[in-house]
Design a protein around this ligand. Sequence first.
Ligand SMILES: Cc1cc2nc3c(=O)[nH]c(=O)nc-3n(C[C@H](O)[C@H](O)[C@H](O)COP(=O)(O)OP(=O)(O)OC[C@H]3O[C@@H](n4cnc5c(N)ncnc54)[C@H](O)[C@@H]3O)c2cc1C
Ligand code: SF4
Ligand code: SF4
Length: 441
Amino acid sequence: MKKLSTERLETQFADFKPRLNAVEATEEANRCINCFDAPCIKACPTGIDIPKFIRRIGAGHVEGAAKTILDSNVFGLSCAECCPVELLCEGGCVYNKLNHKPITIGKLQRFAIEHAYDHGIEFYKAGKPSGRKVALVGAGAASFAAAHELRLHGHETTIFEKSELAGGLNTNGIAPYKMRADTSLREIERIMNLGVQVKYGMELGRNLTVDELLTSHDAVFLGLGLGPDSRLDVAGVDKNPRVLGAVDFIARMKLAPKAELAWLKDVHVALVVGGGNTALDACRELRGLGVKHVVVSYRRGEEDMSGYKHEFKWARQEGVDFWFGTLPTAFEATGNTQKVTLTRTKVDAQGKVALGTEKMTLDTQLVLVATGQAKLESLLSKTPGLKFEKGKLVVDAKTGRTGNAKIFAGGDLANGGMEVVNAVAEGKRAARAIHEGFTHG
Ligand SMILES: Cc1cc2nc3c(=O)[nH]c(=O)nc-3n(C[C@H](O)[C@H](O)[C@H](O)COP(=O)(O)OP(=O)(O)OC[C@H]3O[C@@H](n4cnc5c(N)ncnc54)[C@H](O)[C@@H]3O)c2cc1C
Ligand code: SF4
Ligand code: SF4
């Protein structure tokens, strides 16, 4: 695997939820009332026994707390740092109904897991070799969660990854003020220590086929995530080096040495196009990198944004300027400056967006396009048994099995793009079904 540069731009961001010390963690743990039928558990896609791990922290058994978390979610540290807890576990905490601050479950989770990792505590070992082999495509959270579970049962696992780095978006996509790439790799290294093999530079559709994998393995798990950034359908945009895909830019900012992005110091005004979570991350990241004026152009209104409300609020507080009801319609490059023409939109009674006549211009030095990621349907739809609906690979909700009995899938490829914690849950679900199949099939 490629080594991370220590001189990455992402390291200049402060940690927005710093870790708790032991006194703070114990005090917070003791606030939890250990609800019967705890709603917080139901709100966690990996179903961590939250009251149990919190009780263990309160009792000083921090190692046991970490084990409780990891038994359900092997990416316990990544999720502690990047889960949108406001909408998941903490959003489900009963304290919200009592008009009190919910228990800071994410921070307690991080406290317990970092304690275990910092002390080199390892809870798992690979099972006795079963003689079964599973191929996993894509080295993201979904595949690693599946591989971990499969190794516990002694199945041989090989992950085939097109790039030279493990972790997918967990490594190269999460906003650096939530989590840095090295945290993701720290967690992945522990999983790899169980004997998970990773073959880098192996790309399905280029030097690898599903047929080959089915011939040489007993089961296949597809964890390819989503495709590249969608492009803007505006003349001249493709040849413009200062109009970049937001996911691509975020990955460069997180992984590349600072020197490669030295040109960012000349970016004073930037435009982000889109209204989802990637747009909200990108605009906040640009502000954090020191860009003075960041404008977000979204074709609909504030109430239609798919990005999280709390992230929108923070972006506003950080000085991001939102231009609702606008769409870029022309780019004119002069040196490093782009004159972007934005046209006011109108939404008809059926909710369709059309262009109006009012236009405005913005001189920018960088445009990030955050209008979604392509779906990988064309790459996989010819494989017998694989079916797509609305861009998502169709899988059985209980097992993650596709229409082909030997092929399973999970993560963004199958859910259309959710969170790391969903990818982990779906990877584990598929691994359990694969194991069941080996045992009873
Ligand atoms: C900008 C951004 C910010 C995000 N922030 C958060 C956040 O704060 N919190 C959160 O919980 N979630 C966040 N998410 C979502 C989260 O990162 C994803 O839901 C999750 O990581 C998906 O995991 P995955 O394993 O399904 O796919 P991925 O992480 O995308 O992994 C797929 C892997 O497959 C590889 N691959 C792709 N095609 C091929 C091929 N043909 N052959 C071989 N390998 C291939 C890729 O290189 C990649 O390594 C964010 C997403 C984005 C885009
Ligand atoms: S994994 Fe995420 S959602 Fe689940 S308890 Fe931990 S922080 Fe909350
Ligand atoms: S809902 Fe809140 S108080 Fe109740 S068990 Fe969960 S974290 Fe504790």
